[in-house]
Design a protein around this ligand. Structure first.
Ligand code: NAP
Length: 282
């Protein structure tokens, strides 16, 4: 019998419905500003999706496009304008930025109160300290999916493969935080005997960027497997998990597509609402 499928589209639908209902009860419309630099087709598609999600739940989206050769100072000036615009509750700068631009400086320029991607060093610091704040969307989406699918995290052993600031590192911190209470290992490209380390996991997360790296030998029977990877391969999209072999051993598994991806988008909306309420006091 194959693993139970953890349906990201269903969880995302629920998050969006919750956000839409809460937004409808507000005296104002929360505002999300998206910033797109350059002409990368994938980035254009992502931003388009995020904007249409926002409109769907009643969040007003404004969009700013800059050429790939925009000077760093001009991009930072736009961020300053959005920071001081009272109608803007959340600022999303689509990453990666074209070569030549310093994305760390751009992210650090965003007002932390409007940092709906949760990547500003201040918000990362709050996460490390275990204090409330805006959390990165993909790890938040993973946590919400696990909760929606009754995957017990407390007291369990979790292995997160990947230590990026975008996914692996914040997710490992969230899982190990007080009240969530997993015992967490963060693995990476220098981890020896990776399959053996992974096999210890009740909850295994792959956030690597290597198509189908995680095979059946990585899996403890009955484990929950979360595949964050989105990799373009010859025959379309592939996750970091070899779905067909892993689903025979795992207890539950997220598919690609239809797993973590939709949740990342949904959590951006939840963060925008959270930022709006915190800024406007209701
Ligand atoms: P990243 O910044 O490139 O980080 C990849 C991590 O994987 C690094 O920590 C790296 O280790 C580790 N790694 C690389 N090769 C490895 C190997 N062979 N064995 C073990 N660890 C290895 O990537 P990312 O931004 O975290 O993204 C990871 C994947 O998730 C990508 O496919 C990306 O497209 C996808 N993603 C999906 C969503 C979504 O919404 N579903 C959102 C964001 C990202 P070192 O630190 O040692 O280099």
């Amino acid at each position: 019998m194959g693993a139970r499928i953890i349906d990201g589209k269903e969880s995302a639908r629920q998050v969006k419905a919750e956000v839409a209902e809460l937004v409808a009860g507000l005296q104002y419309r929360p505002g999300l500003a998206t910033v797109l630099v350059g002409d990368d087709p994938a980035s254009h598609t992502y931003v388009k999706g995020k904007r249409s999600d926002a409109e769907e739940v009643g969040i007003r989206s404004t969009h700013h496009e800059l050429p790939g050769d925009v000077p760093q100072a001009d991009l930072e000036m736009l961020i300053d304008q959005l920071n001081s615009n009272d109608e803007v509750d959340g600022i999303l700068v689509q990453l990666p930025l074209p070569g030549g631009l310093d994305s760390e400086r751009v992210v650090a320029r965003i007002d932390p109160a409007k940092d709906v991607d949760g990547l500003h060093p201040y918000n990362m610091g709050l996460l490390v300290l275990g204090r409330p704040g805006l959390r990165p969307c993909t790890p938040s989406g993973v946590m919400r999916m696990l909760e929606d699918n009754d995957v017990v995290v407390a007291g369990r052993t979790a292995v997160v493969i990947g230590r990026s600031f975008l996914v692996g590192r914040p997710l490992a911190l969230m899982m190990a935080s007080k009240g969530v209470d997993a015992t967490v290992t963060m693995a990476h490209s220098r981890t020896p005997q990776l399959a053996e380390v992974a096999r210890d996991a009740d909850i295994l997360v792959a956030a690597v960027g290597v198509p189908r790296l995680v095979t059946a030998e990585f899996i403890k029977p009955g484990a929950a497997v979360v595949d964050v990877g989105i990799n373009r391969v010859e025959d379309g999209l592939a996750g970091d998990v070899d779905f067909d072999s892993v689903r025979e051993i795992a207890g539950s598994i997220t598919p690609v597509p239809g797993g973590v991806g939709p949740m990342t988008r949904a959590m951006l909306l939840a963060n925008t609402l959270k930022a709006a309420k915190a800024r406007r006091g209701a």
